[in-house]
Write a protein that binds this ligand. Structure first.
Ligand code: MRU
Length: 356
């Protein structure tokens, strides 16, 4: 442990409310122009906040789900254990159904379910206390993991390098530093400068609204580009590495991340630029053999046709396909940068080693 500071639990985009029975999140749908917070207490509020991307980014969703399970347990304090456990299981399944692709959601809920299962024989208030501790542990571990990922990522680039990133894998999507933009933020702290190109990331514009915002605020040199400009920026020789986050890494190294990531990887291969996926070990799903086994979330066509415009940009009857993620084939990934080290191909062999 080295990156974690106690006060970090009170900062960041997700935290336990000061009343101790709510979760406070930074509403990421309102950025960059409005910094607003939401207080979540009910299972419906947790479900909706995750679904609409008020809280988003695989690790941040996991942290939110960990706290959600604790907060929801508080109203069941007086129930007998069996009823308590059955209610918590139902709430966990409901929240887990809000978004299917990022594994951290089910991972955090599974961790809390394991606490409940192991609590049989204890009093319900004792189990609730353990759920609170586990939620904090999930949060705390993520801060540590992001710090170590950032450190490992930093070792792959040199001062002045151009780095292209897609979507948002910064502090808002995690706990602190982030994954894909963690090396740039950690570098900045140490006086190392990079030139970052942030893809705007259609259709929800996480790159424009969140990544360029976080980097700008941190004083990192960032240039916002539309997704279809990445090829030109690479061809110009302005990019020495691509750093992207991940929502689920399969056992063979295939990686789901924001839609458009696989296109960036294909371009990077064409131009001979190393392509790095950065993510915590909590995002590696060894029970998922390949990318074909990852469920890809399909979202509302209105996000493409309507969301950002004063009037619709397509006819109401126009068919839309709006997958939220795509899978980057492992053959396109130079290395997977984790908190436990930098994993290089063959990923099917080397990812296993991380889990001993
Ligand atoms: O739909 P989102 O905004 O939740 O998608 C987020 C991403 O794809 C991120 O790159 C990924 O979760 C990694 S965040 C550290």
């Amino acid at each position: 442990m080295g990156f974690f500071k106690e006060e970090d639990l009170k900062k960041g985009s997700v935290r336990l409310g000061d009343d101790g029975c709510s979760v406070v999140i930074l509403d990421q749908t309102k950025l960059p122009m409005h910094q607003e917070y939401l207080t979540l207490r009910t299972k419906e509020e947790f479900y909706d906040a995750i679904k609409i991307l008020a809280v988003r980014g695989a690790p941040a969703i996991g942290i939110c789900a960990g706290y959600a399970m604790y907060v929801l347990s508080l109203s069941r304090r007086d129930l007998p254990y069996r009823e308590f456990a059955a209610g918590m299981k139902a709430d966990g399944e409901y929240i887990n159904s809000s978004r299917p692709t990022a594994v951290n959601l089910s991972w955090a809920i599974r961790r809390q379910s394991a606490v409940i299962d192991a609590g049989e024989g204890k009093t319900v208030p004792e189990v609730i206390e353990l759920l609170g501790k586990e939620a904090v542990a999930i949060h705390r571990e993520d801060i540590e993991m992001c710090g170590r990922i950032s450190e490992n990522g930093l070792s792959l680039v040199k001062p002045g390098d151009g780095i292209l990133t897609h979507c948002n894998a910064g502090p808002m999507a995690t706990s602190k530093y982030g994954t894909a933009i963690g090396p740039m933020l950690l570098g900045k702290e140490r006086g190392i400068e990079f030139k970052v190109f942030a893809d705007e990331t259609r259709p929800l514009l996480q790159g424009a609204r969140l990544t360029s915002y976080e980097l700008e605020r941190a004083g990192v040199d960032v240039t916002l580009i539309c997704d279809n400009m990445a090829s030109m920026v690479m061809k110009n020789g302005w990019v020495q590495a691509c750093f992207v986050g991940c929502d689920r890494i399969a056992a063979n190294g295939d990686t789901a991340n924001k839609i458009g990531t696989s296109g960036v990887a294909i371009l990077a291969k064409h131009y001979g630029i190393p392509f790095y996926t950065l993510g915590p070990t909590s995002t590696i799903d060894m029970n998922c053999p390949t990318g074909d086994d990852i469920k890809i979330e399909l979202r509302d066509p209105e996000e493409i046709k309507n969301l950002w415009y004063s009037e619709p940009m397509a006819l109401p009857e126009t068919k839309c396909f709006n997958p939220s993620f795509d899978v980057t084939d492992h053959s396109l990934i130079t290395a997977i940068v984790t908190d436990k080290g930098i994993v290089r191909p063959p990923f099917d062999v080397n990812l296993k080693k991380l889990f001993g």
